[in-house]
Design a protein. Structure first.
Length: 232
């Protein structure tokens, strides 16, 4: 039976900051990394601390590539600062307690104006006299994005689909989310499936193979240059 006591260690943090975090919706892995940074700094009465990637992995159980992606996401939101020291194996991390500097988030995950404009351009509206299944919102409810799907990866996937002239319909989005949910239930990381699809310009998502076999490729699609993985 757990019996935590304050005298065995506690984290001192301003109530105002904690309430700001309560209102700020972070993807699960980003929140785990942020909690680790707070634990390694405020938990030892320090503003900043050098933390290696292996320490993040040990503390959270998240794989190293996902740790790097979560750190990048927190940096883009200005919730943390990272000081790179070339002569040290670990980077120095600091939690930005000035919550007014955090990048505001939308209350809902919506398509960016760039994606919406491309989708509208490539999908002209159909005649009202020809109703279809995809235009009948009653038959194709939009499934909310689950918390285990990285919102930034999801938006990049939609951008990629729009760029290869294959923007998904609402019905197709529902099917893709159902597939990703199935992958998670089968013990796979659905975000890795999204990464593979983005890197290879695949229209669909595929279950990662543990034996190293690649999923069956779709017909060749126009390639685009993607951002390189961050290196530390």
């Amino acid at each position: 039976m757990a019996n935590p006591q304050l005298e065995n260690g506690h984290i001192r943090i301003a109530t105002e900051v904690w309430e700001a975090l309560m209102r700020y919706r972070l993807p699960g892995e980003q929140r785990q990394i942020l909690d680790t940074i707070i634990r390694k700094t405020y938990g030892f009465h320090k503003k900043r601390d050098a933390i290696s990637l292996s320490q993040f992995v040990d503390a959270t159980g998240i794989k190293k590539p996902n740790v790097v992606r979560a750190i990048k996401g927190l940096l883009s939101k200005k919730i943390i600062f990272v000081i790179k020291k070339d002569n040290k194996p670990a980077q120095i991390y600091e939690f930005n307690k000035n919550h007014n500097q955090w990048v505001p988030l939308s209350k809902k995950i919506t398509l960016s104006k760039k994606i919406t404009s491309i989708i509208k351009k490539d999908n002209p509206s159909l005649s009202k006299k020809i109703p279809t299944k995809d235009t009948t919102t009653k038959d194709t409810p939009i499934i909310p994005i689950p918390d285990f799907i990285d919102s930034e990866l999801w938006e990049q996937f939609l951008i990629m689909r729009a760029k290869i002239k294959a923007p998904p319909t609402n019905y197709a989005i529902n099917l893709i989310i159902k597939k990703l949910t199935k992958f998670k239930n089968n013990g796979f990381n659905p975000n890795e499936s999204l990464e593979l699809s983005i890197e290879n310009n695949w229209r669909g998502v595929f279950e990662p193979k543990q034996n190293g076999n690649k999923p069956e490729l779709e017909p060749p699609q126009p390639k685009e240059i993607t951002d390189k993985d961050i290196t530390w």
